[in-house]
Design a protein around this ligand. Sequence first.
Ligand SMILES: Nc1ncnc2c1ncn2[C@@H]1O[C@H](COP(=O)(O)OP(=O)(O)OP(=O)(O)O)[C@@H](O)[C@H]1O
Ligand code: SF4
Ligand SMILES: [Mg+2]
Length: 375
Amino acid sequence: MNPPATAAVPATAASPLPQPLLQVRGLVKHFPIRRGLFGRVQGQVRAVDGVDLTLRERETLGVVGESGCGKSTLGRALLRLIEPSAGQVLFDGTDLGTLDAAALRSQRRAMQIIFQDPFSSLNPRMTVGRILAEPLRLHGLHRGREGERVAELLRTVGLAPEHALRYPHEFSGGQRQRIGIARALAVEPRLVVCDEAVSALDVSVQAQVVNLLQDLQQRLGLAYVFIAHDLAVVRHIATHVAVMYLGRIVEWADKRTLFAAPRHPYTQALLAAIPVPEPPRAAGGARTRLLLAGDVPSPAKPPPGCRFHTRCPHARPRCAEDSPALQATLEAAAAGATHAVACHFWREIEPAAAALPEAAPANPRLERLQAAFRD
Ligand SMILES: Nc1ncnc2c1ncn2[C@@H]1O[C@H](COP(=O)(O)OP(=O)(O)OP(=O)(O)O)[C@@H](O)[C@H]1O
Ligand code: SF4
Ligand SMILES: [Mg+2]
């Protein structure tokens, strides 16, 4: 297995910051590709291939990138819902890899996940009351007053205690997502991974659920890893953003920095699709649109060197050979901000520079992704 290509990134430069809640170092998750009668391993899907992250209490890390770049795998591996192939996940200073099954189960209480499709994760034969009481029973919480706790949870997510008697199919999509959130909150987590948690909802319901998540964060001090296709939603909810490409983080910054001055060519391409309300930057008027040519390469056979070099408009010969590490920028560190970029030439690339002529062949998959990013 190749060593992770990212270098350790200092959390942020400012020292008064509290101890990180989550620290991820060199996280790797490869899935074996089996073929033939005997299921011989023919290769590996490098879904997550050397990720470093830091997250503090009350922070929300938005994780964005094209479909298949490893976002869900990252979310599951850092909760250890799937076993990482390599790397470390420290939660509140404890290395989850060193815990036995019982200790991990009890630690999981503090780390919950909310999925895109709450319907498939809510047992249709159980009332909402039972669904919410189940995690309490499993962790031995609120013994003897489970009913009260269920009512409290329902109120917390904007539902009524009477809803405990109903079944999941009796609710709308937005209400079911609220039930999913209540179930995650039942065990009083400190970290919640939201994997496309609002993606399936109508825009107005999306806004309600996002506002609820933000409100809960303020009240309960939660940290979120918010995985989403929709950059507009990420821009709304995140405090920090990590941009993934083929299993690696290519840019990581606090939200302001990332949206104001993206430096990685891939981030620039994604952000170029979002309409810009401020005064135009480019001389010609509106912000110049950047299009990427070509498809995303297979994570089973990622390109050598910089994984983005086959599509990067700034690529040079070095890019095909030498893998760039995710390096914190000194400017950001000096300002107490977070900004790290995995590109050999980021200093020479203007923030949000136009790199390809409009006539460049567009990739229909990217076009669809960009369409999804629009407000
Ligand atoms: N259990 C598995 N076995 C084999 N390959 C897998 C498995 N889970 C995910 N993969 C592969 O790993 C890669 C990353 O998948 P993942 O679901 O993490 O991407 P994603 O960024 O969440 O995509 P999407 O935006 O479509 O949800 C993909 O190539 C996917 O096919
Ligand atoms: S390292 Fe090279 S290929 Fe990769 S993003 Fe930077 S310029 Fe593009
Ligand atoms: Mg996913």
